[in-house]
Ligand binder design. Sequence first.
Ligand code: SF4
Ligand code: SF4
Length: 119
Amino acid sequence: MENRKTKAAGKTLSEDRIGILVDTTVCAGCLHCEMACHNAHFSPSLSTNDFSDPAVFRNYRRPDDKALTVVNEFPNQKNPLLPVYVKIQCMHCEKPACVSACIVGAIKKKRRRQRSVEQ
Ligand code: SF4
Ligand code: SF4
């Protein structure tokens, strides 16, 4: 049987990686996760100032070859003053920079067979 580790793109990836939970009830739309991912995989020189333009929320975005994670903003029917932010991302990293960068702990990486109940 093949080794439980898979080599891809020069990085060691665990076959245990299955999913990343994003708690949209606490996501603040700060885009720090986008910055951390960008700095980890593309250019390490960008700062929070480069991800502070709210105009980015005008159009729905999908991850692509220049942004492996993106956060979109949606209207909140219950409270128009508090939009809902939904992060879309890959599940590439063994130690995801996007998870470490989250200021409110909205992202949790779970190992295989781990269960969690968000209440
Ligand atoms: S897991 Fe997170 S940091 Fe890693 S490539 Fe995907 S979005 Fe970027
Ligand atoms: S998931 Fe975390 S880091 Fe990303 S926009 Fe939401 S609060 Fe910010």
